[in-house]
Design a protein around this ligand. Structure first.
Ligand SMILES: Cc1cc2nc3c(=O)[nH]c(=O)nc-3n(C[C@H](O)[C@H](O)[C@H](O)COP(=O)(O)OP(=O)(O)OC[C@H]3O[C@@H](n4cnc5c(N)ncnc54)[C@H](O)[C@@H]3O)c2cc1C
Length: 375
């Protein structure tokens, strides 16, 4: 009997899980991969787009390129998920699964931060990054704030990366001396699980005159003024926001989520519903919301699904380990190898920024393109 799987979301997690199942099960697989969009893009390409390093169309990888044994891609918007019956309703169809995998990522609640839409900008959505490409060149003097509006948020290094890349942009446009840059973040350090990465980032901020404001988030925005969670007011001329994250509405309405996100077993990534798995940013598994962790969870879930199909007890187990690249500007990239579940507490090993790691990061992207899309 074929393994009948429906995967919701063709992002980092959904694409990796689909690739693994297709490789392992081949023509015995009947997998439907559903996404509302027609193309994938890496989260980090939003930074390239907002600073004009790459064109928006050039970072999109069309799903039409997915040709894998046993896999069918459907461009549909999911409107309801019934985890009891493993039935998914979309704007076009109804899909029934033996195994259901929810990989729908995290959405943004822009309205949770009053004034963000009217007075600020954000670069976490693709449209927001595209809009900023035209806004940033007009910023030639005054104060820029990179401000986090709530935790958890995707890719904890991304606010630091935006500040360092803004610094580079202003140096090359000759405006740096007329501008100041601050980062507001709800953590005590830029990357809490890796003190060495945090020290390297704080040193880079100091060298470049970037102010780091820890343990605070942005509560609201007025015209040219950001208000922090303790009421402090900070004037700004450019605001680059990280909006509050939420699970997609369709997940919240499905009964799968608890306290906003989907709880899963660390052993198998299964939810409390038999045969229903959840991976990536939509879960509360205990790793940061980042592509590398969505990918690691996908590998574990795929192994567990294959074991269950063979009628075996699962030997899988999610280690919560992954490597995150950090843009330091000046064409240099650092890396932190983080492990969340092996030791008594999360720990990270820092690798200093270098040109060699810039090439490493390029390979990270191109190897996923090759694996998922055959490019
Ligand atoms: C600025 C920025 C920089 C980043 N840099 C990095 C980095 O360097 N390294 C890293 O590892 N991570 C990075 N990330 C984070 C990374 O992009 C995400 O954590 C990762 O994509 C999560 O994978 P996922 O599979 O859980 O969800 P996603 O990749 O977000 O995929 C979810 C998919 O579900 C689809 N979907 C949602 N709702 C519906 C619906 N109702 N119907 C149909 N389809 C739906 C979406 O269209 C989407 O394709 C960055 C993120 C940002 C914003």
């Amino acid at each position: 009997m074929k393994l009948r799987v429906v995967v919701l979301g063709a992002g980092f997690g959904g694409l990796e899980l689909t690739s693994m199942l297709s490789e392992a099960v081949g023509d015995n697989l009947d997998l439907t991969l559903i996404d509302q969009h027609d193309a994938f893009f890496f989260g980090f390409s939003k930074l390239d787009v907002m600073f004009g390093h790459k064109k928006a169309d050039s970072v999109k990888i069309p799903y039409s390129g997915i040709v894998k044994p046993g896999v069918r891609f459907c461009r549909e918007t999911i409107t309801a998920i019934d985890p009891e019956t493993k039935t998914v309703t979309t704007n076009k169809s109804v899909h029934k699964a033996d195994v259901l995998v929810v990989a729908l990522g995290a959405n943004y609640d822009f309205d949770a931060t009053p004034g963000l839409n009217q007075h600020g900008n954000e670069y976490y959505s693709f449209d927001g990054a595209v809009k900023l490409r035209d806004v940033i060149p007009d910023f030639k003097s005054g104060h820029a704030i990179v401000g986090v509006c709530g935790a958890p948020f995707k890719c904890p290094p991304a606010p630091s990366e935006a500040a360092l890349m803004l610094h580079d942009h202003l140096v090359s446009s000759g405006s740096r001396d007329a501008c100041t840059i601050s980062i507001v973040m709800p953590f005590g350090s830029p990357i809490p699980p890796s003190p060495d990465s945090s020290t390297a980032l704080l040193r880079a901020f100091e060298e470049r005159g970037i102010q780091f404001i820890p343990q605070h988030k942005i509560a609201s925005l007025r015209a040219k003024t950001a208000v922090l969670d303790d009421g402090t007011e900070m004037p700004f001329d450019l605001f680059l926001g990280i909006p509050k994250h939420v699970a997609p509405d369709v997940v919240l309405q499905s009964g799968l989520a608890e306290n906003g996100w989907i709880p899963v077993s660390r052993q198998t990534l299964m939810t409390r519903y038999p045969g229903v798995y959840a991976i990536g940013d939509v879960t509360s598994v205990g790793t940061p919301k980042a592509g590398v962790f969505a990918e690691g969870a996908a590998k574990t879930a795929a192994a567990a699904i294959i074991d269950a199909w063979h009628g075996k007890e699962s030997e899988a187990g999610y280690t919560g380990a992954g490597s995150c690249y950090i843009e330091f500007g000046k064409g240099q990239v650092a890396r932190v190898d983080v492990d969340f579940f092996s030791g008594p507490k999360p720990f990270g090993i820092h690798h200093d920024a270098s040109k060699a790691l810039t090439i490493d990061k390029e390979h990270f992207g191109s190897s996923r393109k090759a694996r998922w899309f055959g490019l």
